[in-house]
Design a protein around this ligand. Structure first.
Ligand code: HEC
Length: 343
């Protein structure tokens, strides 16, 4: 049974801060009170401060504290504290998609709070360090469910410290059960890289596993669903995010072009922005029109570059795609060149 209780922070309710020095100070105070008075008393008690309340304070210069504490005996905590500023390098930035979040505004959730969600352990082989290792995970679904995500949003985007981008579409989220890796062999991100790995995979890693969903390993380019160095996520609407690839010259794509669009968004977009500003990573530093020129006027080069960049440019750093079939390359070319249906 889930019981909702509304609690009140007496020190903050209907009192005045004079001088009032801004919503940030208020948010900090509220967070401190919340932590000391609520969370430390019972780990299954959580509070969530609606962001609207924060901005209302800013505007009115009046202090009103409302805790919505949600009591869920023995089950998933329904909400995590959302902070308006970064307090630690191990906070996960959420740069879009929460209720009342304005454009350009970021919220943060701390690693310490994320690990209060249900965790489980998976024994896997060779993903971070050689041989057997145990990872501690939090399901993305649980993180999603514990945040005030705008109801219109159905897709998660992760951005990494190196400009890398990963997209988790609704179907993938539902069937592949992606998760956040919060510990590797018992060590959290403040102790990464874990012993046996030179590269720090933190602050956050999202991943999927055959151990949870058999067959995950066989998804095309599944590596793009296992980004390291994730420091920022956005909850978005798939229809909105894909609009640039479904409008203008891309409105009436051939069937091949549509297949290519799916391939593009799940693979190439990790490092390349797409047509008409379609979201993607910027790791490649190659604007879309350059790729389009290759695909349009120098198709052989394009196909060979995608399969094996180093065979053409020895200094190339792009990962090779030797596993792509001729049909998959046809589809990519059809998408990039906006091949029209019926044409
Ligand atoms: C892991 C990152 C990454 C992914 C994934 C990736 N690329 Fe690239 N790509 C790069 C980088 C970096 C370059 C810049 C040249 C280099 O170092 O290879 C590049 C360059 C290119 C070029 C040559 C442009 C030029 O003239 O410099 C083409 C064509 C290209 N990518 C197509 C693709 C396609 C199509 C896909 C999807 C199947 C893709 N790339 C996926 C990183 C990536």
């Amino acid at each position: 049974m889930v019981m909702y209780t509304i609690g009140v922070a007496p020190r903050l309710l209907f009192s005045r801060l004079t001088p009032f020095d801004g919503e940030r100070r208020w948010a900090r105070d509220l967070a401190r009170v919340a932590r000391s008075r609520v969370i430390s008393r019972a780990t299954h008690l959580r509070f969530y401060m609606p962001p609207a309340v924060i901005s209302d304070f800013g505007r009115r210069g009046r202090v009103l504290g409302i805790f919505l504490t949600i009591f869920c005996p023995g089950t998933l905590a329904t909400s995590l504290p959302v902070m308006t500023e970064r307090a630690s390098p191990f906070d996960l930035e959420i740069s879009a998609g929460l209720e009342h979040q304005t454009e350009g505004q970021s919220f943060f959730v701390s690693w310490n709070d994320i690990i209060t969600l249900p965790t489980s352990e998976l024994e896997i082989q060779g993903e971070f360090v050689p041989g057997k290792q145990t990872i501690t995970i939090v399901m993305l679904k649980d993180l999603w469910g514990s945040l005030p995500v705008d109801a219109a949003h159905d897709t998660l985007i992760a951005y990494c410290t190196d400009g890398y981008f990963s997209i988790y579409q609704p179907g993938f989220l539902a069937t592949q059960k992606p998760f956040i890796v919060v510990r590797i062999n018992g060590a959290g991100p403040d102790e990464w890289p874990p012993e046996g790995l030179d590269f720090n995979p933190g602050p956050f890693v999202i991943s999927v596993s055959d151990k949870l969903v058999p067959g995950t390993q066989d998804i095309l380019d599944v590596g793009h669903k296992r980004p390291w160095g994730v420091n920022n996520v956005q909850f978005v609407s798939l229809a909105e995010i894909m609009a640039p690839a479904r409008s203008g010259p891309w409105a009436n794509l051939s069937k091949r072009g549509e297949d290519g669009r799916e391939l593009w968004i799940n693979s190439c977009s990790s490092c390349h922005e797409g047509p008409q500003g379609l979201s993607g990573g910027n790791k490649s530093q190659r604007p879309f029109p350059i790729l389009a020129v290759h695909a349009q006027h120098n198709e052989d080069f394009f196909r060979q570059y995608v399969r094996d960049p180093k065979s053409l440019v020895p200094s190339a750093t792009m990962e090779p795609h030797p596993h792509y079939s001729d049909e998959q390359l046809d589809a990519l070319v059809a998408f990039i060149t906006a091949e029209q249906s019926g044409g």
